[in-house]
Design a protein around this ligand. Sequence first.
Ligand code: SF4
Length: 203
Amino acid sequence: MTLVQPVIGRGNVKVGPIPTFSLPSRFTCPGATPWCLEHCYAWRFERIWPNCRAAYALNLVLSWNTRRFVKVMHRRIPKDLPAMRIHVSGDFYSAPYVTMWIYIARSSPRTQFWAYTRSWNVPALLPALERLRALPNFELFASSDPGMPDPPSHWRVAYLETDPRANGLPCPHQYGGASSCHECRYCLRPYARQRSRMQRNLS
Ligand code: SF4
């Protein structure tokens, strides 16, 4: 039987030629704050590009079938893929969904995954996210905005550059220091994990 395939993005201006996986924004963002909903760049893109919205919706529907999703993603991710960005749009919307990514990352040990999430602010999702971020090939950042409390102290954090708490590495892509994440790779590096903080814009 042929399984419907998830849509894997081929990269973008920010990440460079690194494959991406996304879900519909807002609908899959249980940790979104009023600030986040008001400034959501992914939502703007989805309104401009309905094809993106349709692709993300397909990915979401596929993710509702846990076993099938893990199976098709396992097939779609090449064994030698160096890196993959999760959630250019969307977020970790449930504990079973986070667990699926644990299975996927474990079955692709040569691929370095990374993502930014506000779902750390949802208590029911935090235990699963802790298990995901403990994997050696998954770098998970707590996204934060000025309306949110401090993320857990042991997490890597991505603050907005306008947040008074932001005192980490300014994202080189925003200031011309790197053409893309593919060139920079700071967020992908596990050895940069120790209480790493960074500042980033919305793009
Ligand atoms: S710090 Fe580097 S890897 Fe992280 S978002 Fe910016 S350009 Fe990408």
